[in-house]
Design a protein around this ligand. Structure first.
Ligand SMILES: O=C[C@H](O)[C@H](O)[C@H](O)COP(=O)(O)O
Length: 234
């Protein structure tokens, strides 16, 4: 089955968690995009929800499809956040930020009573780190920040700390919050919590793509159907 069909299946399953009146965090990326499309169909059928987009991209999609939206400050605490992920590891530890939306995504996920991750089953891994870890940094002193990120990565027991400044069309990629992204090619992250702590100590690091202790469920769609991983069971 084509990957887009799998993503859509996972998104459709997550829609079963949505009930009338919910305030929803709307994730970013190709899988979250399917969720917003399917949500829009329900809204057209009469479902009442309020969405808080995690990126300009998702905001534009939601507006174009007629999904009611608000800022996080207007919406307050959210009932549910539905978002994709680049990797899903043991304990539902995630790597996110492949689309550069990690900062807003993490703020929105933290504001939600529950976060549900949607993905095709290929995103499930035994050890995080195959996908380069996105690290959002300020542009002031980025060369120095990069050096200290590499030191932090090594101190956290990761090998091969090769960080690459993300580009788009030959120009630095700039996030919705006006920052840069370093993609850290680590291969494997033996201790995600240790790495998260180490990165958080580097001045200039605004956020990193390790989402630990945030996801309650992961809805994974594979060729044999949909499975739901609950926090604590994987
Ligand atoms: O910044 C982007 C987000 O973290 C995405 O949720 C993540 O990259 C997964 O995207 P996709 O569903 O396109 O694989």
């Amino acid at each position: 089955m084509p990957p887009e069909d799998l993503k859509r299946r996972a998104a459709a399953h997550a829609l079963t968690y949505v009930t009338d009146g919910m305030r929803l965090g709307l994730g970013t990326g190709s899988t979250a995009r399917h969720f917003v499309e399917l949500l829009a169909e329900k809204v057209r059928d009469g479902l009442t929800i309020l969405g808080v987009p995690t990126s300009q991209q998702t905001l534009e999609q939601a507006v174009s499809l007629g999904v009611p939206i608000a800022t996080l400050d207007e919406a307050g605490e959210l009932d549910l956040c539905v978002d994709g992920a680049d990797e899903i590891g043991p304990g539902l530890a995630l790597v996110k930020g492949g689309g550069g939306a990690l900062l807003r995504e993490k703020i929105v996920a933290r504001a939600a009573r529950e976060m549900v991750v949607i993905a095709d089953a290929s995103k499930k891994v035994d050890v995080l780190g195959r996908f380069p870890l996105p690290i959002e940094v300020v542009d002031f002193g980025v060369v120095s920040i990069e050096r200290h990120v590499s030191e932090a990565v090594r101190a956290a027991g990761c090998e091969g700390p090769v960080t690459v400044r993300r580009d788009r069309d030959g120009h630095p990629f700039v996030t919705d919050q006006g920052h840069l992204i370093l993609d850290a090619h680590l291969g494997r992250i033996p201790d995600p919590a240790r790495l998260a702590r180490a990165l958080e100590e580097v001045p200039g690091v605004v956020e990193h793509g390790l989402f630990l202790g945030l996801a309650r469920r992961a809805v994974l769609a594979g060729p044999d159907g949909v499975i739901v991983l609950e926090h604590g069971s994987f």
